[in-house]
Design a protein around this ligand. Structure first.
Ligand code: AMP
Length: 219
């Protein structure tokens, strides 16, 4: 089963993606995580994309497509892929279809996370992450169980993403509306799109997402 998570920045794709991937034995493929890893490792690619990502722009299609194609071509022990943050443009969506077809695979389900823009801004402005394992927290609604200690890896250093700063958040929304929102029509026309109202706490949203996936598996 191959699933795509769609939604504006801050809609919870990353957090829910972790759970879905582990519950359904899927290989989570987050292009944002992969690109940030390149930046942290100061690779040539990371250095060349740093300012673009930190200013809220999408990186060129050919860069992300080649990263994703390399990943999906490699044999995987998982039952499929969970795409988080990819595709983000029509060009990427079409390229993904072509490469999956070559591998005799296809997308089975696209879940769109619906959240109002006010909620998204509030979430992104309060977001911070563990410096070690990159787990994501929220100053208002989701802090570590023990203050200052990451729930997942015990890390004690945290940081705010450059692209979660207010002026950059605005630009990311503009990019989302211009380039990514058209994907809703693309996947709706192929009958793959399901929407989930992604407000409420993490557990509530996880239940809604699970219902959508289980319904698809049974159909
Ligand atoms: P994310 O963590 O998914 O919000 O991604 C963070 C940033 O990485 C985005 O704002 C883009 O600059 C870049 N990025 C991630 N995925 C893609 C993609 N599929 N296409 C283009 N840029 C991407």
């Amino acid at each position: 089963m191959n699933i795509i998570l769609l939604g504006a920045p801050g809609s919870g794709k990353g957090t829910q993606g972790e759970r879905i991937a582990s519950d359904y034995n899927l290989d989570k493929l987050s292009t944002g995580d992969l690109l940030r890893a390149e930046i942290f490792a100061k690779t040539e690619l990371g250095n060349s994309l740093k300012s673009m990502i930190e200013s809220g722009l999408l990186v060129p299609d050919e860069v992300v497509i080649s990263i994703v194609v390399n990943k999906i071509k490699n044999q995987s022990t998982f039952d499929g892929f969970l795409f988080d943050g990819f595709p983000r443009t029509l060009e990427q969506a079409k390229a993904l279809d072509v490469h999956l077809t070559e591998l005799k695979r296809s997308i089975d389900l696209v879940i769109n996370f619906e959240v109002s823009e006010d909620d998204l801004v509030a979430r992104l402005s309060n977001r911070y992450s563990c410096a070690k394992c990159k787990a994501s927290y929220n100053k208002v609604s989701h802090n570590p169980k023990v203050a200052g200690v990451c729930d997942y890896c015990g890390g004690t250093e945290f940081y705010v993403r450059e692209d979660d700063k207010p002026e950059v958040i605005k630009k990311r929304f503009v990019e989302y509306k211009r380039l990514t929102e058209p994907l809703l029509a693309y996947y709706s026309s192929s009958g793959l799109l399901r929407s989930v109202e992604a407000t409420g706490d993490i557990e509530q949203v996880a239940k809604k997402v699970k219902l959508v996936i289980d319904k698809e598996i049974l159909s």
